[in-house]
Design a protein around this ligand. Structure first.
Ligand SMILES: Nc1nc2c([nH]c(=O)n2[C@H]2C[C@H](O)[C@@H](COP(=O)(O)OP(=O)(O)OP(=O)(O)O)O2)c(=O)[nH]1
Length: 135
């Protein structure tokens, strides 16, 4: 049993033609500031994870993705102090536009075997191996 709320966050590994993935560094002032994460965010009421992710990719990066280009990859299930995070991670290899840091974040295209140089939230650490196997 857990009395923590389950927070649903949809996230995406955007993968370029060289097998690199886009990481975003959480800005100062946010929880877990300075850590590198996959773009995405909380699924809001009335949204599917895919609709939420398409909205977040537009808001955070200015790119257009379609649901048909979001493939389920893996997920994180991790207990933080105040909530339990359930985070489906999609992979997307095709989108329109060029990713830009529209919300004060720093962006970096990183090969999965170099991700240990980019500290990530604890929930994300087990996900990196799946990316390394795939890309
Ligand atoms: N987008 C994203 N969020 C992640 C990842 N790993 C991880 O633990 N998270 C957590 C951080 C946040 O607590 C939550 C995402 O919330 P959010 O993106 O909608 O909101 P936020 O950054 O303003 O977060 P917060 O201030 O409410 O903590 O999921 C990840 O790889 N990508």
């Amino acid at each position: 049993m857990s009395d923590k709320p389950i927070i649903l966050v949809a996230a995406c590994a955007l993968a370029d033609g060289d097998g690199r993935v886009l990481l975003a560094q959480r800005p100062e002032g946010k929880s877990m500031a300075g850590l590198w994460e996959f773009p995405g965010g909380k699924v809001e009421s009335g949204e599917t994870p895919e609709v939420s992710l398409i909205r977040e990719l537009k808001e955070e990066l200015g790119i257009d993705a379609s649901a048909s280009c979001l493939a389920p990859l893996t997920f994180a299930s991790h207990s933080y102090e105040k909530f339990h995070l359930l985070m489906p991670l999609y992979i997307c290899r095709k989108w329109e536009g060029i990713a830009q840091p529209l919300e004060g974040q720093t962006l970096k295209w990183v090969a999965p075997n170099r991700m240990e140089s980019y500290p990530m939230p604890p929930a994300d650490e087990p996900l990196v191996a799946t990316l390394r196997d795939l890309l």
